[in-house]
Design a protein around this ligand. Structure first.
Ligand SMILES: NC(=O)c1ccc[n+]([C@@H]2O[C@H](COP(=O)([O-])OP(=O)(O)OC[C@H]3O[C@@H](n4cnc5c(N)ncnc54)[C@H](OP(=O)(O)O)[C@@H]3O)[C@@H](O)[C@H]2O)c1
Length: 263
């Protein structure tokens, strides 16, 4: 079945309490739009809700951890019963890194990063996907990263989780195409947010969150399979993906460590 044009009115965004998720919520907020927003920090989420309401959007929000599979399914199901979801953006995510500890990341930290960045995405997508399939329409956006293009030193769990999201989303796009559901994978380079605020190293081609949101919204409207930005970072990541691994490992051995903080 050919994907028909979407009238995107009901939009769910996880991790809307700051950074890219906040910017996306504020970018989409206007009269006639229903936003379903989640995050863990109530005060920050409430501020975003107020801003979006001020722009005319009807906002349904919940302080919810994306690792809470049952809680996510219940909230998304109740929202979808009242307002059938047109677009879900599985954006919530955290970062962590080795911070120069030679033995690598703490095992608990590794599990937590995968829980949030991978299982959190599945907990967001699965309950909505079933309903979209039944309706024969809808759009699912998964937040990956250029960090998912190859294993960069300094943040194995983050890279691994984002690679899994990227590959999962690309496969899902092919599988769901015949159902009329659009699936898009978002692969940003460095974007100014609470995640990158913890990076002590230089971040080339850093993009502001509101600019990132506009690029993502435009890519989703065009139904791009992969939304990659900034372009130069995308090309560099692709280059490191296709060159022989031993050359990449050598070149990347000069790159900085990432903070150990887990947020
Ligand atoms: N910034 C970058 O350079 C960059 C690049 C590529 C990809 N990304 C991805 O973009 C997404 C957004 O990150 P950001 O850069 O905007 O960072 P951010 O400002 O830290 O935002 C992360 C959002 O995710 C939420 N979140 C984290 N853990 C959660 C959990 N367990 N349950 C529910 N919500 C949770 C946070 O909510 P609370 O703060 O309320 O807990 C916050 O709203 C992430 O998936 C990240 O990996 C970022």
């Amino acid at each position: 079945m050919a994907a028909h044009k979407l009238d995107t009115r009901v939009i769910v965004i996880t991790g809307a309490s700051s950074g890219i998720g906040q910017a996306l919520a504020e970018c989409y907020a206007k009269d006639g739009i229903v936003l379903g927003l989640t995050g863990r920090n109530q005060a920050r989420l409430q501020n975003v809700v107020l801003t979006c309401q001020g722009k005319g959007a009807h906002v349904i929000w919940s302080v919810l951890d994306v690792t809470d599979r049952q809680g996510m399914a219940q909230w998304l199901g109740a929202l979808d019963d009242e307002y059938p979801i047109d677009l879900v953006i599985a954006n919530a995510g955290i970062s962590a890194g080795t911070g120069g500890v030679l033995i690598g990341e703490d095992p608990a930290q590794v599990r937590h990063v995968f829980d949030v960045n991978l299982h959190g995405v599945l907990n967001t997508v699965e309950p909505v996907q079933e309903r979209m399939i039944a309706r024969g329409r809808g759009q699912i956006a998964l937040m990956s990263s250029l960090a998912g293009y190859r294993g960069w030193p300094g943040a194995p769990a983050y890279c691994g989780s984002k690679a899994a999201v990227k590959i999962y989303g690309e496969s899902l796009r092919g599988v769901l195409k015949k159902t009329g559901i659009r699936v898009n994978v978002v692969c940003p380079g460095f974007v100014r947010s609470r995640i990158t605020a913890r990076n002590a190293f230089p971040m080339p081609f850093l993009v502001e969150a509101d600019k990132a949101a506009h690029i993502i919204a435009k890519g989703l409207k065009k139904n791009k399979g992969r939304i990659v930005f900034p372009a130069v970072s995308g090309v560099m990541s692709w280059f490191f993906m296709v060159i022989p691994d031993f050359v990449a490992q050598y070149l990347l051995s000069f790159s900085p460590d990432k903070s150990v903080e887990n947020g």
